[in-house]
Design a protein around this ligand. Structure first.
Ligand code: FES
Ligand SMILES: [Fe+2]
Length: 441
């Protein structure tokens, strides 16, 4: 594999701009898969996808295929989808329920915890191999951990714990999960899956970018809200009746390790009607009236957990970003099922999501057009730099930990590149401090 020296990598990232090669160079992409996705805590799925013993779902860490399983004792495993014999992709199904995984090539058979259940012709193997059970097991990442049902895995044996890694962004997870009257969410409502001809980081950059909304989503935000008027149902996503929006007061918040969220203006009118009232009543039964009122306030749009998910309580979804090659990315959008909420409310969320974030939607398609145009523009040799200088230096410490900048500030992207991307790419473990660039640590 081609390598880049420390100096070459350092030259690609400056405090407020990055070289276009980060988006276009296959050598950089290979290194990212090895050093970012091979080191950081990566979101691999939600425990509700494997609710019962034997349930499994295919997932990835970078380019490596894994099978997330629930074994017969209830433990979650992440098994390399690679037969320990000659390396075949063991499981061809996206999801299902199984007692065993049997390789179709020579019949090696594994339990749902990855241990070997049977190996035809076992006596024919040399004695030391026969004695070493471990040698026949499916590989598993050294670290798997969960936070409120969100399952993360790290291919690095050491490094920050998941709690240290997530730090302040756990508030965004809580903000989403607390909306479920049963205190749990489920990703069991299917998914919308599509490919974009663009680098994976364009979707991550976008998740902490409020500035683009005014321009990219003009057909939704403009005076007449034409898109949603046409859609004829579902919520007006942004702000009722405002012609232009001053994003600055809503802020963006950034945390160590590159996570962050976009603030959002208060919702002026919460929904009404019997279904919503039944939902509120169930929340109140669990949390009491005051806490319920707090929960129902929306104070953020997208949250990003670096490197591979963005999610939204307001839009009730989780978006998983799967890099495939330097200029091809798969996006998976999962509607979030709020356990204990009225069925109609959860169904309405699926419909609304189809209208806003599916491949044929009215908002995400705007963004996809921007990502694909960026991928085209960045091929140009006329200028090498991608600028993230907006509101440079104006961010302030924030009470949840991390820092907060004005709404159109690009400082969360600056954290991602100048503090974390460069740390991982030069052999580090990401940066657990803010405002201290990796080269100065
Ligand atoms: S490759 Fe799987 S059993 Fe041979
Ligand atoms: Fe957008």
């Amino acid at each position: 594999m081609a390598e880049l020296s420390y100096a070459e990598l350092r030259a690609l990232v400056q405090p407020d701009r990055v070289h276009r090669r980060l988006y276009t160079d296959p050598v950089i992409f290979d290194l990212e898969m090895q050093r970012i996705f091979g080191t950081a805590w990566v979101f691999v799925g939600h425990d509700s996808q494997v609710a019962n013993a034997g349930d499994f779902v295919k997932t990835q860490i970078g380019r490596d295929d894994f099978i997330m399983t629930r074994d017969k004792d209830g433990a979650i495993h992440l098994l390399a989808n690679r037969c320990a014999h000659r390396g075949l992709a063991l499981c061809a199904h996206e999801a299902g329920n199984a007692r065993y995984f049997r390789c179709p090539y020579h019949g090696w058979t594994y339990r749902t915890d990855g241990t070997l259940a049977s190996l035809p012709q076992r006596p024919s193997y040399p004695r030391d191999l026969r004695a070493d059970e471990k040698a026949y097991e499916l590989a598993q990442p050294p670290r798997v951990a969960t936070y409120r049902g969100f399952v993360f895995a790290s291919l690095a044996a050491d490094g920050p714990s998941l709690d240290e890694y997530l730090n302040g962004i756990t508030h965004s997870i809580d903000d989403l999960v607390d909306r479920a009257p049963d205190g749990e969410i489920a990703l069991t409502g299917g998914r919308s899956r599509y490919l974009i001809r663009a680098n994976w980081k364009l979707q991550i950059d976008n998740g902490v970018d409020l500035h683009h909304s005014t321009y990219t989503h003009v057909s939704t935000l403009d005076e007449n809200g034409r898109q949603f008027a046409r859609h004829g149902g579902g919520p007006r996503i942004l702000i009722d009746g405002r012609k232009s929006i001053d994003w600055e007061p809503f802020g963006v918040v950034g945390f160590p390790f590159g996570h962050g969220y976009q603030g959002r203006p208060p919702v002026e009118t919460l929904p009404s009607g019997p279904v919503y009232e039944a939902y509120v009543a169930r929340l109140q039964a669990r949390h009491g009236a005051m806490r319920t009122q707090q929960i129902l306030k929306y104070d953020r749009f997208n949250s990003v957990i670096y490197p591979n998910i963005t999610f939204q309580a307001f839009g009730q979804h989780i978006r998983l970003v799967r890099p495939i090659s330097v200029d091809l990315t798969e996006i998976n959008v999962f509607p979030v099922h709020l356990k204990g909420a009225p069925e109609e409310l959860n169904r309405a969320a699926v419909r609304s999501l189809a209208a806003t974030h599916s491949a044929a939607s009215m908002i995400q398609t705007d963004d996809i057009e921007m990502f694909e145009r960026a991928q085209i523009g960045l091929q140009s040799q006329q200028d090498d730099w991608v600028l993230f200088a907006g509101h440079e230096g104006s961010e302030q410490p924030w009470h949840e930990g991390g820092w907060r900048g004005l709404g159109t500030s690009e400082f969360v992207s600056r954290i991602q590149y100048a503090e974390n991307w460069i740390s991982y790419m030069t052999g580090g473990r990401g940066n657990d401090r803010l405002g201290v660039r990796a080269d100065a640590v």
